[in-house]
Design a protein around this ligand. Structure first.
Ligand SMILES: Cc1cc2nc3c(=O)[nH]c(=O)nc-3n(C[C@H](O)[C@H](O)[C@H](O)COP(=O)(O)OP(=O)(O)OC[C@H]3O[C@@H](n4cnc5c(N)ncnc54)[C@H](O)[C@@H]3O)c2cc1C
Length: 379
């Protein structure tokens, strides 16, 4: 086994770390407080090629791999996990297009996403269908040369960004003989009449990430905007989510690392009982546990990415990485606030922001319970 990153991965990680530290981190607090999306930073991420790392060069991507992408996600999320989630959802959408699109669809829709000129959204969740994705109610009815979409999607990342161009939408096109919904995926350009962005959600944290309702009212798209095989939509969406899970694991490790960095530095500087906090076992043991959990989360997401890059099955590893790293991030963020004491609860200390952001990671792209269901099925 070789635990050493190759030179390319090291260079990519270091470039992302430098960019995240110098450009993103100083603006992250303000972005989170104001809820204004930082288009300037997104443009810089696009200029650096960050948006398309694992996608083929022929579509404008970086020709790299998911190992590189996940290392990048860790670094971006260490500075601002809201931007990490933006990048994750864009990659997940592009990945579904790349995996299941026709050549014509890929030529048309992939370059804007992987270049970062536009961002993509992944629309599955509905008011009555979250974990139980097969029970979605949004419909797509064939009508001549078109599909007509009706229904509501909720909690959709990226669709509210000014630069978002398309969403890949799961909708029901009929019932099978067994009475099961036939689910297809559709590429829906945001500007299509009848496609409307609903309210912006007022969230607990993650204000630098856009989360909106997406509403379809007699939204007509051409027949050839179906993505992949008819009736295979749910399987495709769930396959794409596997990549999302390894990405969220990397985001979680980045956020947890930010918590550890802040906690070590605070514990070295804060004097109580005449000694820095780090001299007390009650504090240093917490820091040690944080460091071990971060290392484990990192190894899990790197293994999942390595399997994916080598075309090997990675269902267990992607879910295990997402489950472990997101649970660890929430625990670590809580411990980081505890180490900071009362200061940690104050908005001026970044750990209070990390604490509010960490919770979302246990929910997005399949809750911890859903990851356990997926993992148990592989046993
Ligand atoms: C910030 C944010 C961004 C998001 N972005 C997107 C996006 O871009 N696209 C998108 O489609 N969705 C998105 N989501 C939605 C997210 O994927 C769902 O919230 C998630 O899948 C859970 O669905 P739900 O909220 O309906 O909860 P529910 O499915 O109603 O679950 C409620 C609780 O019950 C548990 N539960 C449900 N079923 C079981 C079971 N069988 N066994 C044990 N426990 C169970 C769940 O784990 C959870 O704890 C986002 C959510 C958030 C918070």
């Amino acid at each position: 086994m070789d635990f050493e990153l190759n030179e390319e991965h090291k260079m990519l990680r270091d470039m992302c770390r430098e960019f995240a530290t110098e450009v993103i981190a100083p603006r992250a607090e303000e972005a989170d407080r104001s809820g204004n999306y930082d288009y300037e930073v997104m443009a810089k991420m696009a200029d650096l090629g960050i948006m398309g790392i694992p996608f083929p060069e022929e579509y404008g991507g970086g020709g790299g791999d998911w190992m590189g992408m996940s290392l990048c996600l860790e670094e971006i999320s260490r500075a601002d996990v809201g931007l990490g989630i933006m990048l994750d959802v864009n990659s997940l959408t592009a990945h579904e297009l790349e995996s299941f699109g026709t050549e014509e669809q890929k030529q048309k829709w992939l370059p804007p996403l992987v270049s970062g000129r536009n961002s993509g959204a992944f629309a599955l969740t509905e008011p009555e269908a979250g974990s139980d994705a097969a029970s979605i109610e949004c419909t797509a009815t064939p009508d001549g040369d078109e599909w007509v979409l009706n229904g509501n999607k909720q909690f959709i990342t990226n669709i509210g960004l000014d630069n978002s161009s398309i969403s890949v939408v799961a909708a029901v096109s009929g019932k099978s003989k067994q009475g099961k919904s036939i689910i297809n995926i559709f590429i829906v350009p945001k500007e299509t009449p009848g496609c409307r962005i609903g309210r912006k959600y007022d969230k607990l944290g993650l204000h630098s990430s856009a989360t909106h309702e997406l509403i379809f009212e007699d939204c007509r798209i051409p027949r050839d905007y179906i993505l992949g095989g008819e009736g295979r939509g749910l399987a495709q969406h769930l396959a794409a989510l596997q990549v999302g899970r390894l990405c969220i694991a990397a985001c979680s490790v980045g956020l947890a690392q930010a918590c550890l960095d802040a906690s070590v530095s605070y514990a070295m500087g804060r004097i109580q009982f005449g000694r820095p906090l780090i001299d007390f076992e009650g504090i240093s043991f917490k820091l040690a546990d944080m460091a071990v959990a971060i290392e484990l989360g990192r190894l899990l997401y790197l293994k999942a990415a390595w399997l994916k890059d080598n075309d090997l099955p990675y269902t267990f590893e992607a879910s295990a990485a997402k489950l472990y790293a997101s649970e660890a991030a929430e625990r670590i963020a809580s411990d980081a606030v505890q180490i900071h004491g009362g200061y940690g609860y104050m908005s001026e200390y970044p750990v209070s922001r990390y604490y509010k952001q960490a919770k979302a990671l246990q929910i997005v792209e399949g809750t911890s319970e859903v990851q356990r269901i997926v993992i148990a099925r592989t046993l």
